[in-house]
Design a protein around this ligand. Structure first.
Ligand SMILES: [Zn+2]
Length: 179
């Protein structure tokens, strides 16, 4: 069985190959499934500081992923691969103001936000409107493997798309109204 480190190396190797075929991506997709057979997942496309606030990164450094659910980390990678474009969560580490869009230490609005439990991300896909991202998530839910751990999405947000892997007890995508 391939673990997430092995998977990451494989992605890098494939990335180096010119004209990586659709078939190869399908193979990669099936391996991605394998790579989350346990509670450990280290993202390919995200560094810890992109997913946790400064205070958490100061305390945990390279271990910051331990603050988050493996399934939401996997989902961040999977969405990045699905869209084939850079996905932005936080940017505080590069001088930006976004710090609370992955794991959160304190509530902003919702007292029980899944961000506080490391089960949610707010993100943008480069070059794709938030409306389009949310539309594609809605229409591909249940079909696209990148969404297999997504259980909820915030309704009609502008400026970000929120997805999480809260244990809703339902197979459908729950669309909720944010605070
Ligand atoms: Zn959110």
């Amino acid at each position: 069985m391939i673990n997430s480190v092995g998977y990451r190396n494989l992605v890098k190797a494939f990335d180096r190959m010119a004209n990586c075929s659709g078939e190869m991506h399908a193979v990669l997709g099936s391996m991605r499934m394998w790579s989350i057979d346990n509670a450990v997942y280290i993202p390919t496309f995200f560094r810890p500081e992109e997913l946790v606030p400064r205070e958490a990164f100061k305390a945990f450094g390279d271990q910051s992923f331990s603050l988050m659910d493996a399934r939401i980390l996997w989902t961040a990678d999977a969405i990045r691969e699905w869209f084939g474009k850079p996905v932005k969560v936080n940017n505080w580490h590069s001088g930006g103001s976004l710090e609370q869009r992955g794991f959160r230490l304190q509530p902003i609005n919702a007292k029980f936000s899944p961000h506080l439990y490391g089960r949610a991300i707010d993100f943008n896909v480069e070059g794709v409107s938030d409306e389009e991202v949310q539309h594609r998530i809605r229409i591909n839910f249940g079909k696209e493997s990148a969404l297999r751990f997504v259980t909820r999405m915030e309704e009609n947000t502008s400026g970000w798309t929120h997805v999480d892997c809260v244990n809703t007890g339902k197979d459908e995508l729950t669309i909720f109204k944010g605070a």
